[in-house]
Design a protein around this ligand. Structure first.
Ligand code: A3P
Length: 802
């Protein structure tokens, strides 16, 4: 029951689009899995539709879920063995979501009844001319208006037959055989649950046919009572980039401009206020043939018909300019051009050539955009990566909303039908149920990028969007709309508020990103080692010792945050990676520079692990864990030493035993004191993002008593070429009571006064031992799994528990 509730909560928290896409992918994955099981493994699987199955969690089972009744209309395969065509079950919560995909193979029974079900299957069929049953209660996005004429892909379809009223056809098609009588067969059927109380949707093929994909979307929506469902609203914005930029002979002429306006009016009949969004580079105005220059003039005479956005004046890539004022000057030229030609300058949207400077972020571009144009919205295909396109998302940086941009199959060079890569039919395929159709189906907001050249020549841009609209209106109930970019930006983050937070990746991990990243920047300026804390376990001592190694260089201290950068765990993250890099020296010899940083707040931060792994996927991670009971007490003392008023007011015992009724400040202090000691919880989070081989757990106690041995282990872990013998470079300082750096002349350099206390009285031991007991047991299991040695204090603790 608990897990059901947890799942429900989870489903509510996951953005709808994500869950939707997740399920969609899961199903496709299942088809592959199924095929694997069916064709490759062919092992016996138990029927999975047992009435008593507990299906609280979402899962997909490649299996033979519905046993066949032998003999009833069934035939045996040529080698006499029984094979069943039913291979996939996708379930989500008992009685809520059952979707079956039936894939026949050469050994499938040609005709069979599902055991215990009044349903007959006929397999291995070729189908054609598909139609949607207008009475199907399943339909939400799908519209039953027209027959899809022509063959359906594949010749291994399964169709369903039944007299029982529980089965309602969703999709129907004819068999492809010559003697076909025109009889319609059911290729997707909905089980209304009248037979056994369970509703299902059964697909007679995989999801390679676009109508199946469309119906699958509706099946998810219906069977989850609209919990996994997108609204019917779809917002579309079509950018036409490179206005005035195109090469002579490929630009728009007078007739093309007129066609653009006419098509816009035509599209407005179905998409209210639809307006093409034109991005201009003024430098190239009148740079075509005479006929094309007249086209430029006509475009400007229609200035109020369109929305406009500035491109770069000379179509240059912003990341090539390190200097913000050079960028601003260029923008000013374009702005003056706009003002001289009455082009609106207040729409707040811009895009950059080749996405340069948007992502990876070139901060100079953002600042210049804001200064010159008051830009508040832009778009890119590059975040987090170009591919897979379905994962593209938006984010907000420095007050600019960056929206995901979609591909529509048109590029600067695709200007003639006959030359379209793969032939003209390929563009039609993309539109009619293909990638472009699916983009609109699965994304509430789609911003498409096209180019001037797509509207001259064969006007493929006009062809594409007219055909797309026609297809969408024929096959779906989607309500198509448009909004100017600023409003679209607001809409996007209303729908996907969690996207606002960016997740910075290493620009050098993606070739496309690297190509549009400033040459003045280098990925060798990122740390390769993170010392993640937690506080009061000895991380500062370790930081000092690491800094003594000739191959390692630490970050510059931060004045703001007690020397630590705290990039991944604090608001500084939003300043971007350029800010972070400034904390590391410019690499002298990039191959040998090994930077590291220590921020004790990373260990128990909810977000640091994911952020660090996105930017530094290959980094090594070191955490120092000491007895959490002692850590909590040391932390409390540390707060008192720093005159924290709450710590001064309350005793340690008061702090750790504070109840829910205690003053809020006390509760906050309690959490800060105790939570970092939930080692297993925090370590698990890091393990979700880093392979266990990348993480080293250092025993805080050994670090105190035998730091040289710890340093030996760390050097091996980091794979450093120079092995330093720390027995020779560290010395125990009896006055300090700790190990310190040994200086020339025999003197020692120890950590400051605030590090290395001796506490006479270890208070509240019993209470805290109990408090951390379960967590410590979990930690020991985790360390065992990671193949790491258990710290001495943990072994001792576990012995006492027994
Ligand atoms: P106390 O100051 O309470 O004794 P951190 O740097 O992670 O905040 O941890 C501080 C703790 O590091 C100190 O806590 C001390 O116990 C421990 N420590 C380990 N080795 C040390 C060293 N060589 N010098 C000083 N403190 C050390």
């Amino acid at each position: 029951m608990l897990s059901v509730l947890r799942l429900r909560r989870l489903v509510r928290q996951v953005p709808l689009q994500t869950s939707f896409i997740f399920l969609f992918l899961l199903c496709i994955l299942s088809v592959f899995l199924s095929s694997y099981f069916l064709y490759a493994v062919k092992r016996k699987l138990e029927p999975s539709l047992a009435a008593g199955r507990s299906a609280d969690d979402l899962y997909v089972t490649p299996s033979r879920p519905l046993p066949f009744l032998s003999g009833v209309g069934g035939t045996l395969s040529s080698d006499g063995s029984r094979t069943d065509p039913v291979v996939l079950v996708l379930t989500w919560k008992k009685c809520v979501l059952y979707i079956f995909v039936f894939i026949a193979n050469e050994k499938s029974l040609l005709s069979a009844q599902l055991k215990g079900f009044p349903l007959f299957l006929h397999s291995n069929l070729g189908l054609k001319d598909c139609t949607v049953n207008p009475k199907s209660p399943l339909l939400h996005v799908t519209r039953a208006r027209q027959v899809f004429s022509g063959p359906l892909p594949g010749d291994d379809w399964t169709v369903f037959q039944s007299n029982h009223s529980t089965y309602e056809p969703v999709l129907l098609a004819k068999t492809r055989s010559a003697e076909s009588t025109g009889l319609m067969h059911t290729s997707v059927v909905q089980d209304l649950g009248l037979h056994d109380g369970i509703q299902r949707v059964l697909f007679g093929h995989n999801l390679s046919f676009w109508l199946h994909k469309l119906v699958f979307v509706d099946a998810l929506s219906f069977l989850t009572a609209k919990r996994l469902s997108l609204s019917l609203e779809r917002f579309i914005l079509v950018d036409i980039d490179d206005i005035f930029v195109g090469k002579e002979g490929t630009r728009m002429k007078v007739a093309d401009v007129k066609a653009l306006v006419e098509t816009q009016n035509e599209l407005r009949r179905s998409i209210p206020d639809f307006t093409f969004n034109l991005g201009f580079s003024g430098k190239f105005f009148h740079a075509g043939t005479d006929e094309e220059d007249r086209g430029d003039d006509l475009l400007l005479s229609y200035v109020d018909e369109f929305w406009w956005f500035p491109h770069m004046w000379s179509h240059m890539q912003p990341h090539r300019f390190h200097n913000q004022s050079v960028l601003a000057e260029q923008m000013m030229l374009n702005r003056r051009f706009a003002e001289d030609h009455s082009i609106p300058t207040h729409l707040g949207y811009a895009v950059a050539p080749h996405h340069s400077g948007v992502y990876p972020v070139h901060i100079q571009l953002y600042e210049a955009w804001k200064r010159v144009w008051d830009i508040r919205v832009t778009s890119t295909e590059e975040y987090p990566h170009l591919k897979p396109a379905r994962f593209r998302r938006g984010f907000i940086h420095r007050g600019i909303r960056v929206l995901p941009r979609q591909t529509c199959g048109l590029f600067t060079h695709t200007i003639f039908h006959k030359d379209y890569p793969g032939g003209p039919q390929e563009l039609e395929r993309i539109i009619d149920g293909g990638e472009l159709f699916l983009t609109v189906l699965l994304n509430p907001i789609s911003i498409f990028m096209t180019h001037l050249s797509n509207y001259g020549n064969d006007r493929l841009g006009l062809f594409t969007f007219k055909r797309l609209l026609n297809f969408l209106l024929t096959w779906t109930h989607l309500k198509l709309q448009t909004l100017p970019p600023l409003q679209l930006g607001n809409k996007y983050f209303q729908l996907f508020p969690s996207d606002a937070e960016p997740l910075w990746q290493d620009p050098c991990e993606d070739k496309r990103h690297k190509d549009i990243w400033s040459k003045e920047k280098t990925c060798d300026r990122f740390p390769k080692l993170l010392l993640i804390g937690p506080q009061k376990t000895g991380a500062m001592a370790l930081y000092l010792f690491l800094g003594m190694h000739p191959d390692l260089s630490s970050n510059y201290p931060s004045k703001e945050t007690f020397e630590e950068i705290q990039f991944f765990s604090s608001h500084s993250y939003h300043r971007g990676i350029d800010w972070y890099m400034e904390y590391f020296p410019l690499p002298s010899n990039s191959s040998s520079d090994y930077y590291f940083e220590k921020s004790a707040s990373y260990f128990d931060s909810d977000v640091a692990a994911a952020r660090a792994a996105a930017l530094l996927p290959r980094a090594r991670i070191i955490t120092v864990l000491s007895d959490p009971v002692e850590r909590a007490f040391a932390w409390y003392q540390h707060q008192r030493a720093h005159a924290d008023p709450v710590a001064l007011k309350y005793s340690f015992h008061d702090v750790i035993t504070a109840s829910h009724n205690a003053p809020v400040k006390l509760q906050v202090l309690q959490k800060r004191c105790l939570a970092p000691g939930w080692y297993a919880t925090h370590l698990s989070r890091w393990l979700e993002h880093y392979h266990h081989d990348q993480i080293l757990v250092v025993d805080g106690q050994t670090l105190k008593t035998d730091p040289a041995s710890v340093m030996e282990k760390i050097q091996t872990f980091l794979g450093l070429e120079n092995q330093v013998d720390y027995h020779k470079t560290l010395a125990f300082d009896p006055k300090k009571g700790f190990w310190c750096q040994l200086l020339d002349g025999g003197k020692t350099k120890c950590l400051g006064k605030s590090k290395g206390q001796r506490y006479p009285d270890k208070q509240s031991q019993v209470f805290l031992r109990n408090y951390y007991r379960d967590g410590n047991i979990q930690l020991s299991k985790l360390l065992y799994k990671m193949g790491q040695v258990l710290p001495g204090w943990l072994r001792e603790d576990l012995l006492n528990i027994r």
